[in-house]
Design a protein around this ligand. Structure first.
Ligand SMILES: Cc1cc2nc3c(=O)[nH]c(=O)nc-3n(C[C@H](O)[C@H](O)[C@H](O)COP(=O)(O)O)c2cc1C
Length: 145
């Protein structure tokens, strides 16, 4: 059974393009052994990764990725399991550093990353505001009917 996970996350601290390339190369080596393929995009302090492969291997990898101290604020955008086709059959982990890749064709991907960046800042502010006080009030609230 194939599984695909898409997620975004934020760098814990700034990473150079070389560090990102190294990370992806190491990932590609491990992934080749585990029949995993995908892409790792980086832009403006954010990662956007798609991993796909046998379900058990993806679950094991993703639980490692969740614990990796190089990134935080991991938000899963989508999970597909079952009768799916690989999107990246030829890439064990292709890195795309969007500020460096000049191809016009990547423009829509850049736009998505910018939108995700803006949204994640808003989500963070809202979550913090809720965590501060509003949850108690929300949960104590009893409608009159
Ligand atoms: C954004 C990000 C993406 C990663 N992607 C992969 C990946 O596709 N494959 C992989 O093996 N490790 C990946 N890693 C590294 C894992 O979190 C972890 O360090 C690694 O799987 C441990 O492998 P090891 O036990 O063989 O050292 C990624 C880390 C980060 C921060």
């Amino acid at each position: 059974m194939l599984k695909r996970i898409n997620y975004i996350s934020s760098f814990v601290q700034e990473m150079s393009d070389e560090e990102i390339v190294d990370l992806a190369r190491q990932a590609a080596r491990n992934n080749a052994e585990n029949d995993i393929t995908g892409v790792l995009m980086a832009k403006g302090g954010l990662f956007f990764q798609i991993i796909e492969g046998p379900e058990e291997n993806i679950d094991r990898l993703f639980s490692n990725i969740l614990k990796d101290p190089r990134h935080e604020k991991i938000i899963t955008l989508g999970i597909q399991v079952g009768d799916i086709k690989r999107l990246f059959p030829r890439w064990h982990m292709k890195e795309i550093i969007l500020d460096r890749a000049t191809s016009e064709r990547l423009q829509p991907v850049r736009a998505i990353m910018d939108a995700v960046h803006a949204q994640s800042a808003i989500i963070e502010t809202l979550t913090e505001a809720l965590a501060a006080s509003a949850w108690t009030e929300l949960l104590d609230f009893k409608p009159e009917n």
